[in-house]
Design a protein around this ligand. Sequence first.
Ligand code: KG4
Ligand code: ZN
Length: 344
Amino acid sequence: RAEPLVLGIETSCDETGIGIVRGRTLLSNTIASSMDEHARYGGVVPEVAARAHLEALQPSIEAALTESGVALTDLDAVAVTSGPGLAGALMVGIGAAKALAVSLEKPLYAVNHLVGHIAADILDTDAPPLEYPTVALLVSGGHTSLLLVRDLTTDVELLGETMDDAAGEAFDKVARLLGLPYPGGPEIDRAAASGDQKAIPFPRGLSRASDMAAHRYDFSFSGLKTAVARWVELREAAGEPVPVGDVAASFREAVVDVLVTKALAACRDHGVPRLLLGGGVIANRRLRDVALERAEAEGVTVRIPPLSLCTDNGAMIAALTSELIMSGRAPSTLEFGADSTLPV
Ligand code: KG4
Ligand code: ZN
């Protein structure tokens, strides 16, 4: 089967991502982010994100075509994220994708954002091909999900996800209460460098034996956020200085510990010696180090695609669609809309 030339559009959150792939080869990956516009609100504002997508889409598509040297008429298919994500933001990308596909008379594929994150790995040509089954841990500002991937195009099972805040969101909220700017992940990382991760025993959400029975692969970070807030308040009430480095390092350790522990439990339970990491929080050095170290001790191989493919992007959407086409999947019909809670 010939390698399909696919343009992918990703607008589920604050990144306008346009990617072009041929088969498993990445030709372009342009990303425009409205992050700066959200900074003063301390988190992504859906309405602001949707408007930013509307403005960024056309120039981003032009840039991706120029970068790849591809003409629109050469495309074999157009792909777009239809969920999960912010409904208004998704709708902008879907509208653009439908307009492109209809005007070019090309097939259109609506795909799942989380499965797209897994597909990003395929574009990492420095790594050997992805083997199945694999456990995937996806952590970003919008999601924290643990999946069992038996086959990328036919069999992806959601094992668990966050019951409240996403891990990246927790970083953003804790940064805010420590007086650090948005996005909080890199700021917490910087502050943590001068702190002691063992200084404060913050709680590990849904990790007690009683929670593990029903929520073995689920996450919860809102209790941790509250624990940090209370700890800081007590310090301030006592008129004592807040050791920002220790709080940041101890908080980060609590997040990292629970992410890695549950991901490796999934590997063990399912007899899967492979773990794939994805999402913007993977930028966290400590998370990568702890995952690599503890996985190695358990005989689990960790795969981490390049960061430009871990954060939200259109190339992963195009890559997944290319795989779907090569596996014989029929295109979507034009009736689909945005599904903010689309299951895998
Ligand atoms: O995947 P991503 O770029 O997009 C969205 O989720 O929209 O992830 C962004 C999230 C933010 O919450 C940010 O604080 C977090 O990833 N993040 C980090 C780090 N860098 C970014 N979290 C922890 N440590 C980091 N170094
Ligand atoms: Zn994402």
